[in-house]
Write a protein that binds this ligand. Structure first.
Ligand code: NAD
Length: 486
């Protein structure tokens, strides 16, 4: 592994591991201990330009490689990821903080993306119509688009990059990835394994950094498309600047996901699922449940069960056995979370479980215990903003219609879940809720490789989502050929 403890993280350009020329670096912390585990370079646009130039050159040959040959590299890659599963999961836990079991699950999500992409020979097939007029046939052929720029967040160091580069590459594009500067290590390991799988030099490149590299990508005339995943303001900015420069852009943004618990729900299941969805991965999931609208007739019972389960949550270093709740990503993020908890109290919500009091919340890492507010209204900041931490808001409602109306006030619309045993309620929910990823009696309707990750409203900017057939279309363009042969 080239990613050594407290070493300066290297860029990967043209198949070489190169030290960034810049002296500007940021520390990478293990959020469970506060220890510095590496230094990430804040690369310059000069380094980005070099990577893009090499990726553009590599595109000229890579695009002509037969599709099955490109796919075969991904088959090899899939096997390598499986072989290194535990090691990858461990690295995710060390740099991100989520517990080892969750990290293991994240690796699985990444492997599924590679498996989906390895189906490229079928996915890239065109369509033909032999007689659009007498003796005239017509058909559609699919082609790559060029160099793709990928910009990724800290919360899924493996899953989010693998939404992007395997599918982009197997369809014949070349790729420049800028991983989150807070979790850069796993990205390098993914590239090392790609090298081992036999990917030609220059097809996948990594330039570590922050705003300069992002802006350089958005303005670069040789980058054809941008895949972005991150917070809402940055997603909007990336979409506007990228499209102003006439690029294809898909920008997956922040969220505030709502769950609805109806009076006929199985409350044991609902409280367990919502506990996992709200506090799993320390609430740092774009599909985390952060607001619950619960029917007032079962609210007390639901809350009692939820708080009881929250009191049993184990908090600590995600590498230790049996730990459920790891740290949030940085000290500043913990402080921001504590400010939100104060604001919830100031605005009149009832704090029924205070995660600041958990013993581990005072230890070396950036821990916040499960925090639950009751009687939250849509006027409060804790209802409106994405806190991205283990803080859950509960509102009491009198029926499904009121719950849907409340939820639809949010400008975010990644996901929403309903807990009920009534098919009619599920149908009403499905037809009226403003969200793209829906769950029924589950807490996290997780994005899968084979379906689009369908965020709505301010949770997504663009036309074609990540993953599935949307992802394939985003990374390809078409030729329609019409011909008379006799
Ligand atoms: P972030 O927006 O801070 O960073 C994302 C990327 O953008 C990083 O690579 C970062 O370097 C870059 N960046 C940040 N600020 C920038 C700026 N001003 N100019 C240019 N580039 C900038 O997001 P994060 O904190 O790393 O990740 C968490 C966020 O991502 C949450 O809002 C979460 O909901 C969202 N997310 C969304 C999805 C989804 O599918 N919708 C998935 C995962 C995460």
């Amino acid at each position: 592994m080239t990613t050594q403890v407290a070493q300066k993280v290297k860029n990967f350009i043209g198949g070489e591991w190169v030290e960034a020329k810049t002296d500007k670096t940021e520390p990478v912390y293990n959020p469970a201990t506060g220890e510095i585990i590496a230094h990430v370079p804040i690369s310059t646009t000069e380094e980005l330009d070099k990577a893009v130039k090499i990726a553009a050159e590599a595109f000229e040959t890579w695009k002509d490689e037969p599709v099955p040959k490109r796919a075969r590299i991904l088959f090899k890659y899939q096997q390598l990821l499986v072989d290194h599963w535990d090691e990858l999961a461990r690295l995710i836990t060390i740099e991100n903080g989520k517990n080892f079991t969750e990290a293991h699950g994240e690796v699985l999500r990444g492997i599924e993306c590679v498996e989906f992409a390895a189906g490229a020979p079928s996915l890239m097939m065109g369509e033909q119509l032999p007689s659009i007029a007498k003796g005239l046939d017509s058909g559609v052929y699919r082609y790559p688009i060029g160099v793709i720029g990928g910009i990724t967040p800290f919360n899924f160091p493996m899953m989010v990059p693998t939404w992007m580069f395997p599918l982009a590459i197997v369809t014949g594009n070349t790729f420049v990835l800028k991983p989150s500067e807070r979790t850069p290590l796993l990205a390098n390991r993914l590239a090392e394994l790609m090298e081992e799988a036999g990917l030609p030099k220059g097809v996948l490149n990594i330039v570590h950094g922050a705003h300069d590299v992002v802006n350089g990508m958005l303005d670069h005339q040789d980058i054809a498309a941008i895949s972005f995943v991150g917070s809402q303001p940055v997603a909007e900015y990336v979409y506007k600047r990228g499209t102003a420069n006439l690029k294809r852009v898909q920008a997956l943004a922040g969220a505030k996901n709502h769950s609805i618990v109806l009076r006929d729900a199985n409350l044991d299941n609902a409280s367990t699922q919502i506990l996992n969805a709200a506090f799993g991965s320390a609430g740092e999931r774009c599909m985390a449940c952060s607001v619950v609208a619960v029917d007032e007739t079962v609210a007390d019972e639901f809350i009692e069960q939820l708080v009881k389960k929250a009191n049993e949550v184990t908090i600590g270093n995600g590498l230790d056995d049996g730990i459920f709740l790891g740290p949030v990503i940085r000290k500043e993020h913990k402080e921001r979370t504590l400010q939100y908890i104060e604001s919830g109290e100031d605005e009149g919500a009832t704090l029924i479980r205070d995660g600041r009091n958990d013993k581990s919340a005072q230890d070396g890492g950036y821990f916040v215990g499960p925090t639950i507010f009751d009687h939250v209204t849509s006027e409060m900041k804790i209802w409106q903003d994405e806190i991205f931490a283990p803080v859950l808001s509960i509102s009491r409602v009198s029926n499904l219609e009121e719950a849907i109306e409340l939820s639809n006030k949010s400008p975010f619309a990644n996901g929403s879940c309903i807990f009920t045993n009534d098919g009619g309620s599920v149908q009403t929910f499905r037809e009226n809720i403003d969200a793209g990823m829906l769950g029924v009696n589950i807490g996290v309707p997780a994005p899968m490789a084979f379906f689009p990750f369908s965020g709505w409203k301010n949770s997504f900017y663009g036309d074609l989502h990540a993953n599935g057939k949307d992802g394939l279309q985003f990374y390809t363009r078409k030729k329609v050929v019409t011909g008379r042969w006799v």
